[in-house]
Design a protein around this ligand. Structure first.
Ligand code: CMP
Length: 592
């Protein structure tokens, strides 16, 4: 195979095998991602007939992580994290500490040195957000209190890992590793300075993301949405997600994943966030599959044969030790048994950050090849048996309910209730905001049935095109003889159109100014506000562009203009000759 089709081959093989094994896994009632992992093992270099390129797959997987974290950010609100901070921060930090210590104890027993032990411990202490989200989605748990706590917990873990990633180079020598010749700056300065600089960089990024992002990003989205091009909109969403992720990694040294997460959070504040989410979802799905495939590809199955006990010990730590630690922390924080069990099951696996950290550790001489293989094997196994962790949590919950009914029922109830109420409040606020937008559209269509046949997405776009305007009683909105390049939709109030000396009243739901807009001729009449009026103004440019996609709307507006013209003409013949002439010139242009 010519080697310049590497990328295509990797994607093609990845997708084909992933869909076959994903389907088989589903038939066997296993989670589809087990199928993706197995597909990766088959596509990888360690099984016969390998075709796909692991390095390439690794980068494709990174895109998957970026898009997924972007998705997490889109659906995640800062208020959610604030609400669960009481349990998530203490829980994540405590659990990372305990799990790292457990990992260090295990490797100490194997005779590894301190530095290797720390890196290894950190690697197994953090669970995969990607796996967690899939697990929660499959069980419909994302919106539950437990789901929110687990996601918040993992976000804190991710943040901690980002910190670990940026700090590891600074501490490499202190931990007994070596400075990486390729990456380390020759005069890094004292550790505290590096630490301070690193923290300042991360803080700087978060600050810029929080201050600048919400002012710029939603505006860009609206601007693009106004063009009416769906493809341009999807492109912009992806450009923002990948651009912010890559840019922040380059400028601030934070991980792609964190950058993408913040890009999502910022975009989530926009009124167009649901469209951004819907448009990026297919790509998210496709690339997250490649994430699992590429993990499978890196896996060398011989490690299971060569070091079965080590692999089992690590898996035991991940699926038993870590969850027990998490469970105890949850109880210590006085939250209920079932919540603790659910969170523990969610955390009983390791994933993307573990590989990234292990890879970085290897660069600084703090992780052996064997260690990396062990971590990979443990990751694959723990991800595969993760459904069992959920089943076990369920079983333990039921058992506890029977054995200690009072405790299982009442322990931690007050705290959980308060948290659930707070989360409900946040949820209802977001829902209110979403409904508000939907209500606005329904109301708009009810007032202007003209747009009923237009699809929902374009109705929303139309609302973006309108510029609101008000008028006070007596104010002349349109003056006869003026050039007209906009039309007005009356949302509330009444206007009178002065034709041939008589006034025609127009109320909410009607429009005016369409004649000049259609013909380019001067305004044919004065239009004056009778009371306080609210209008939506549509410019000629936007009208043309919108009606080019919705000819029926244009025809309806045209028909109304012709009807009015005919009416005015008929009235004018009765009134006087002069106005007749004036309208005739209007008529000839309007008919064009
Ligand atoms: P235009 O000519 O752009 O500016 C004045 C507007 O008054 C005109 O478009 C129509 O929208 C409106 N208009 C003119 N004649 C009538 C009519 N007979 N009834 C209602 N509206 C009218």
């Amino acid at each position: 195979m010519p080697h310049d089709v590497n990328l295509i081959a990797t994607i093609a093989v990845g997708f084909v095998l992933a869909s076959i094994f994903g389907y088989l896994a589903d038939r066997l009632r296993l989670p589809a991602l087990v199928g993706y992992l197995v597909a990766g093992v088959f596509a990888g270099p360690f099984t016969p007939g390998h075709i796909a390129d692991p390095a390439m797959a690794g980068q494709l997987a990174e895109i998957g992580v970026i898009l997924l974290m972007f998705g997490v950010g889109l659906h995640f609100s800062a208020s959610d994290l604030l609400a669960v901070r009481g349990i998530a921060i203490a829980g994540a930090v405590g659990q990372i500490l305990l799990a790292t210590l457990m990992g260090m104890a295990l490797t100490h027993f194997w005779g590894w040195d301190f530095g290797h032990g720390v890196v290894f411990g950190l690697c197994i202490s953090v669970a995969s957000t990607v796996v967690l989200l899939k697990a929660l989605e499959e069980r419909n748990l994302v919106q539950t209190t437990m789901g929110r706590v687990a996601v918040g917990w993992l976000i804190v873990e991710d943040l901690a890992m980002v910190l670990a990633l940026v700090l590891l180079p600074a501490f490499a020598t202190a931990l007994g590793g070596h400075a990486d010749a390729a990456h380390a700056a020759p005069d890094q300065g004292p550790v505290w300075l590096v630490l301070l600089l690193t923290l300042a960089k991360v803080a700087g990024f978060v600050l810029i993301a929080a201050l600048v992002g919400p002012r710029v990003v939603p505006g860009i989205l609206i601007r693009v949405a106004k063009t009416g091009s769906r493809e341009l909109f999807t492109l912009s969403v992806l450009a923002l997600a990948l651009g912010i992720a890559f840019g922040s990694a380059a400028a601030f040294g934070v991980s792609f994943a964190l950058g993408a997460f913040f890009a999502g959070v910022i975009m989530g504040e926009s009124q167009l966030s649901h469209r951004a989410a819907a448009n990026s979802l297919p790509l998210q799905d496709a690339f997250s599959v490649l994430f699992f495939v590429s993990i499978g590809m890196l896996f060398d199955p011989t490690v299971i044969v060569d070091k079965p006990l080590e692999v089992l010990a690590i898996v035991f730590l991940i699926v038993v030790g870590k969850p027990i630690a998490a469970f105890l922390i949850v109880l210590l924080l006085r939250f209920p048994v079932r919540l603790g069990l659910g969170v523990s099951a969610s955390l009983a696996q390791i994933g993307e950050f573990s590989f990234i950290l292990a890879g970085l550790g290897a660069t600084y001489g703090l992780m052996t090849n064997e260690g990396q293989s062990l971590i990979l094997a443990a990751a694959i196994l723990s991800i595969t048996v993760n459904p069992l962790a959920f089943m076990a949590a369920d079983a333990v919950g039921k058992w506890a309910g029977r054995r200690f009914p009072d405790w299982a029922e009442n322990f931690g109830k007050t705290k959980e209730r308060a948290l659930a109420a707070e989360l409900r409040r946040i949820r209802s606020e977001t829902e209110k905001r979403e409904h508000e937008q939907a209500r606005k559209i329904t109301e708009f269509v009810e007032t202007f049935p003209l747009f009923k046949a237009v699809n929902a997405e374009d109705q929303e776009e139309l609302l973006l095109l309108f510029v609101p305007r008000t008028a006070s009683p007596g104010e002349r909105v349109v003056r006869v003889g003026e050039k007209g390049d906009a039309m007005y939709f009356v949302v509330s109030g009444t206007v009178t159109v002065n034709v041939n000396g008589t006034g025609v009243e127009l109320k909410a739901g009607s429009f005016f100014g369409e004649m000049s807009l259609l013909t380019g001729a001067p305004r044919t009449a004065d239009v004056t506000a009778v009371d306080y009026c609210n209008f939506l103004v549509l410019s000629q440019r936007d009208f043309r562009q919108f009606t080019s996609r919705h000819p029926a709307v244009r025809e309806a507006v045209q028909a109304m203009a012709e009807e009015r013209l005919a009416m005015n003409r008929a009235a004018a013949t009765v009134v006087d000759h002069h106005s007749d002439e004036q309208l005739d010139s209007g008529a000839s242009t309007a008919d064009r």
